[in-house]
Design a protein around this ligand. Structure first.
Ligand SMILES: [Zn+2]
Length: 237
């Protein structure tokens, strides 16, 4: 109690006076350090609109593959933009709170959609266990936790496993990505029954070609999941 008061009224103000909190992206002053990113930076991210060509193209690819019934995404990923900085900090610099916050934003969108808000559980796209060990966490799991904070949809992060250790996909063509993702996921032994008859939302940070999400969805449908939806922070071309 005394320590709490000491922290809130003395240590924190003194620390903020000496090291004023700044936005993780633009370095401008922010009032409250727990926000991490200023409202100007948040406001600069380009929202996904149904009329946007990137959205239409990705939706058409999913419709053609027929594994995913629908997708929800908040932003359009712009190369060298501020959102790229934010996602980079989330994935490679250990700023886990970005994942929770972004997940909560997806959660708000999910609450407005009947199909998504009635899903049985969320599954983060898994990392290979070596990559997870190296990074220390799976960013998609953090995003799921944020979505769950808003929607109360439970997170299941031990059902799906990634068994292929793949290189980063950003330099590969669509066909190479598809091949790269073939047989990349399995259901963990003891948990196969868990997906039967369930409506599942697969969650990833950025969706580009959809190859990863489709590969996960295919594995879940082979084990009799009822339907698969996809959610991400951003869509990229
Ligand atoms: Zn900023």
């Amino acid at each position: 109690m005394i320590l709490n008061i000491l922290f809130r009224y003395i240590i924190k103000p003194v620390r903020e006076f000496i090291y004023p909190p700044v936005c993780f992206i633009c370095n401008n002053r922010i009032e409250d350090e727990s926000l991490r990113v200023c409202s100007l930076c948040w406001g600069s991210f380009k929202l996904v609109e149904p009329s946007d060509p990137t959205w239409k193209e990705i939706k058409a690819k999913f419709d053609e593959a027929k594994f995913i019934d629908d997708i929800i995404s908040c932003y359009l990923f712009e190369k060298d933009g501020k959102l790229q900085d934010l996602i980079h900090q989330l994935k490679y610099q250990g700023i886990k709170s970005h994942g929770i916050k972004l997940g909560e934003m997806i959660g708000v969108k999910i609450l407005l959609d009947n199909l998504f808000s009635n899903a049985d559980f969320l599954i983060p796209v898994p990392l290979h266990k070596l990559k997870k060990r190296e990074r220390g966490y799976n960013q998609a799991e953090l995003i799921c936790n944020g979505i769950s904070n808003k929607t109360k949809i439970p997170v299941e992060n031990t059902i799906l496993e990634r068994i292929k250790y793949t290189q980063t996909q950003t330099t590969l063509s669509l066909i190479e990505r598809k091949e790269n993702m073939q047989e990349a996921f399995i259901l963990s032994h003891s948990r196969g029954d868990k997906v039967k008859g369930k409506r599942i939302i697969l969650v990833d940070d950025v969706i580009t070609t959809g190859a990863t999400i489709n590969s996960c969805a295919k594995t879940l449908l082979q084990h009799n999941a009822k339907s698969i939806l996809a959610a991400s922070i951003a869509l990229a071309q």
